[in-house]
Design a protein around this ligand. Structure first.
Ligand code: SF4
Length: 257
């Protein structure tokens, strides 16, 4: 069976693989993937060497995961990049990672959560689903993502009702998803879930778009105001630095063919 996985990096010091899916059902103009299809934590030399080598089959993916467990002591897989839920193989991928007792984080916009996926997430005690909320304004949502907001809110409720471990993420975008908008997101989360956690990331601006990077003061303000309702995390301060290597596509890991 084929997957939508196009790229896998490995964070050596935290024993975590970042498994990256190609393609998304949203059209966010600020999407960092429009800057590079590769993990932007890689250095420029590494980025220049990378060449697309096709999407992995399920067998090839598991071969890489087994290799990383044996040779690097892999403990965690993060499923993200673009949108993992567009991959019909995602439930099987989660099941195979669970069978290997790996901690698994799924980064998703939660627009499409199939019954099969929900079932896998429900059974996976080592899984955490991170739902990205772009905005709670329905008009802005459809304007920028191309999709309605309502299915996402419905899917968040399904995840919570099914006791899936879920936390949330949003991007502070001055002029689009401002400090007060993030406070509203936090307030909303506090009304639907017990002890909510919200990751707030500052926008990394993309050339040709009108939005700037927020200042540290703005980020601090968003964290303070959201912190009245939710537990707030930001990757700006919480990320542990780690060496990053490429597992796919590249010769460092050669598939047995
Ligand atoms: S949902 Fe995420 S991956 Fe998809 S376009 Fe938006 S920012 Fe990019």
């Amino acid at each position: 069976m084929s997957t939508r996985i196009s790229h896998i990096t490995y964070y050596v010091d935290i024993r975590s693989a970042y498994v990256q899916f190609l393609g998304c059902n949203f059209t966010c103009p600020w999407c960092i993937r429009r800057l590079t299809p590769w993990d932007h934590h890689l250095n420029n030399n590494e980025l220049a060497r990378l060449k697309f080598q096709g999407l992995l089959s399920m067998d090839e993916f598991l071969e890489i995961i087994n290799y990383a467990i044996t040779n690097y002591g892999l403990e965690e897989a993060v499923l993200g990049g673009e949108e993992p839920t567009i991959d019909p193989a995602l439930p099987m991928i989660i099941r195979d990672l669970r069978n290997r007792k790996l901690r698994t984080r799924i980064l998703t916009n939660a627009y499409e959560i199939s019954g099969e996926l929900l079932n896998e997430l429900r059974q996976c005690i080592n899984c955490e689903t991170v739902v990205g909320i772009k905005t709670l304004d329905p008009n802005k949502h459809i304007k920028y993502t191309g999709k309605l907001l309502e299915p996402i809110l419905r899917n968040i409720r399904r995840l919570i009702e099914d006791n899936v471990r879920v936390i949330f993420e949003t991007v502070l975008i001055p002029g689009l998803n401002d400090v007060e908008d993030i406070e509203e997101i936090a307030k909303y989360l506090a009304s639907i879930v017990r002890d909510p956690v919200l990751i707030i990331d500052p926008l990394i601006p993309k050339p040709g778009t009108p939005w700037r990077r927020p200042t540290q003061e703005e980020l601090g303000g968003a964290m303070r105001r959201a912190g009245k309702y939710v537990r707030v995390i930001t990757h700006e301060t919480s990320g542990r630095p780690s060496r990053v290597i490429v597992l796919y596509p590249r010769p460092r890991y050669k598939l047995a063919k």
